[in-house]
Design a protein around this ligand. Sequence first.
Ligand code: ZN
Length: 261
Amino acid sequence: MSNKVLFSIDEEKMMHLAIKEAEHALHTLEVPVGCVFVDQRNGRVVARSHNLTNKRKSGIFHAEILAIEQIYAQEENPEILLSNCIVFVTCEPCIMCTGALRICKIPRVVFGCINDRFGGCGTVLSINNDQNLQLGTTFQCKAHVMEKQSLGIFKKFFMRVNPFKPPEKGRKNDSRKRSLLEKASSTNIKKLFKTNQKSSDLTFLKKNKQKTGNLIFGSEMGDLKNEKEKEMETKKEKEKEIEIEKEKVTEMEVELEKEKL
Ligand SMILES: [Zn+2]
């Protein structure tokens, strides 16, 4: 078995196929993640899939798991084939899928956007290259390939109502937050913070930066927070000045009253 790349694979072309799968998921109200498995020895696409967690009513039916399932169903030597497959997936594989890809001895994974909630290839955990795990083989990743397109599909998905999503307890300001996300994706995010008074929105938008399609980095968020704090301070100072003025006026009125007496 060799992991040597014997065939030159057009990464963008393969990622484009993965995006097509994600779009298919979007149109069928599934979480829009798509993937293709490509035999690195000859460039052949051996499996393509997208999430089916809603249709199959289980959180384990991710695109990568389904592609592995396809290969086992169709190929004569699935293990050898998988150990020669490069995986192209629109979003960073989650912890579960990264474990599965290691067990299948996948040599390399190329992905679009990061998965900041469940990412198993460096964002939440680094399952892909953890030498301490006795699990198949480690693999290398290449991130941010056609990231904008992958994020774009997510953005479209999160702007819609997912009818299969169970209601979250204690989630009161859902419609307000949805409109905040819509604004964040259509307007300049700095402007939004300047006009928005709630500091909790800052945390909310930071958590949901992937949904807005705006990649906001820590320092930029810090700047925004500082700007907002400064604005609040200025506002408070102005209010204080007004209070002082009011007091002065009252004092003058009292003086005038005294004079009358
Ligand atoms: Zn997964």
